[in-house]
Ligand binder design. Structure first.
Ligand code: RBZ
Ligand code: NIO
Length: 355
């Protein structure tokens, strides 16, 4: 495996020629121009990734990064830290939100311990632990620069394995109590957004605890003063191992030219980090659902992407990815199985007239 800089510099953007061919076919299908909306733009984007028109999306992988965040000691989450561990194990047992939905979608869940604050071994759990949780970002950096790079490389390695296993599409997810705080801090560090506008209540907070969460995040930014022009510095100062790991997934997907889904706020923050490391990665990203967390929309504005679904979801875990695989697969059926006007006239001449 090459180093991160080399991988980043080897990433290429979409294949415009292939996108043009996909658009041409879609425009020739027996339907009003553009009438299948985002299913069409999704099919075009996928062609730009793979260089092919026919891209079945049956072999689905969902990579989950689980880790703990030192900031929880400031009371920024409604839940105790050990929920990270419990939910991680329960994902593998198929009984969490993403556990159930991934099974429903026929997706292979790959759950990675990238920094859970416990000694844990469980069948199927990838042990890639960097450390037992990050440090408290309201007091200093989350991690060292070396750990930040390591977290990204772990994500890239997970993608490499999935590509070797024949995955046709990837999803991203996470588990980490306190990670809506780190995600918001990453967003603010990059964009200078107002904490009062973009920080949400995460898994749920009282008004008083919500005010405290905003204050703690502002303090984290003040104390660490991350350099927005140095994405690794932002990750190391105010991020988390899960965010780094998912950013690595986005970078790996672009490097290996495979479509990858963005889940909710935390996954979107990781997508923003990857984008700041190399803007070309956005050609490979598909946002699934519009998270109810306010910071999510701000990140989509930065990435100039639009989510496919609005189901008022705010769970995380990768749950949005699990419900979106079928949309990508449907887009592929449209481009490969619908008749063009030319093909349609063979059975019924009047179809030519409706154009
Ligand atoms: C039982 C439970 C299951 C979850 N599954 C995902 N999250 C979500 O909530 C956490 C982030 O929210 P905050 O920053 O407020 O702690 C993450 O673990 C995220 O995946 C959960 C949260 C809880 C409580
Ligand atoms: O959008 C998300 O991913 C999210 C929102 C709230 C809590 N956990 C995750």
């Amino acid at each position: 495996m090459d180093n991160l800089e080399k991988i980043l510099s080897d990433i290429k953007g979409a294949d415009e020629n292939s996108k043009a061919k996909a658009k041409e076919r879609l425009d020739n299908l027996a339907k009003p121009l553009g009438s299948l909306g985002h299913l069409e733009s999704i099919a075009i984007k996928i062609s730009g990734i793979t260089g092919k028109l026919d891209n079945p999306m049956k072999n689905r992988h969902l990579i989950i990064m689980s880790s703990d965040n030192g900031i929880v000691e400031e009371g920024v989450s409604c839940c105790p830290q050990n929920i990270t561990l419990i939910q991680t194990i329960n994902m593998l047992r198929g009984i969490t939100g993403v556990g159930v939905l991934a099974k429903h979608a026929g997706a292979k869940l790959k759950v990675v311990d990238i920094g859970i604050n416990a000694d844990v071994e469980y069948p199927g759990l990838y042990n890639k632990k960097i450390r037992k949780g990050t440090w408290n970002i309201s007091k200093g950096p989350a991690m060292t620069r070396e750990e930040a790079i390591k977290s990204i490389m772990i994500g890239i390695e997970m993608v490499e394995e999935s590509v070797r296993e024949g995955a046709e599409v990837l999803g991203t997810g996470e588990m980490g109590i306190g990670n809506t705080s780190t995600s918001s801090a990453v967003l603010i560090a990059f964009t200078g957004a107002d904490a009062d506008m973009v920080v949400g209540k995460g898994a749920g907070l009282t008004e008083e605890a919500y005010e405290n969460k905003k204050r703690v995040i502002k303090q984290a930014l003040e104390i660490n003063n991350p350099d927005k022009n140095d994405p690794i510095d932002v990750l190391a100062k105010v991020g988390g191992f899960d965010i780094g790991g998912m950013a690595g997934c986005f970078i790996g997907a672009a490097y290996y030219r495979i479509p990858i889904l963005i889940d909710g706020l935390i996954s979107a923050a990781a997508a923003l980090l990857a984008y700041r490391l190399n803007p070309l990665v956005v050609d490979y990203m598909f946002p699934t659902h519009c998270s109810a967390e306010p910071g999510y929309k701000r990140i989509m504005e930065e990435l100039k992407l639009q989510p496919m679904l609005n189901l008022d979801m705010r769970l995380g875990e990768g749950s949005g990815c699990a419900v979106a695989y079928d949309i990508l697969d449907a887009a592929n059926d449209v481009i490969t199985k619908m008749a063009t006007f030319e093909e349609a006239t063979i059975v019924n001449d009047f179809l030519v007239d409706i154009r």
